[in-house]
Write a new protein. Structure first.
Length: 100
């Protein structure tokens, strides 16, 4: 019988990221890749949650850490929105799925 596991995410190391918030947008510099990114409010908050985490988190755990007054998505849509952000972070080199 095959077990389905939920992906757990971690960000690049905190010291590899310079992060600044300006008027609801986040400017991020990934020192590991040398790339800079402009993130919207949700993506910026997701990155902050990952950077502050003491270990890896799954999308539901990340969504539960988001302040619903800050997030533009409703609770039922938060999980899907966080998964989309995480997929983009993976592409940008800001986060990765933890290897088991």
């Amino acid at each position: 019988m095959q077990s389905l596991s939920v992906p757990r995410w971690r960000s690049v190391p905190r010291d590899a990221v310079a992060l600044r918030e300006f008027d609801g947008e986040f400017v991020v510099r990934n020192e590991s890749t040398g790339n800079s990114h402009l993130l919207g409010l949700l993506a910026g908050r997701v990155l902050v949650v990952l950077l502050d985490a003491r270990g890896s988190l799954d999308a539901a755990e990340i969504a539960s850490h988001l302040d619903t007054t800050v997030s533009p998505v409703e609770t039922g849509e938060a999980y899907d929105a966080v998964e989309e952000v995480l997929a983009e972070f993976c592409r940008l080199g800001l986060a990765d799925i933890e290897s088991t």
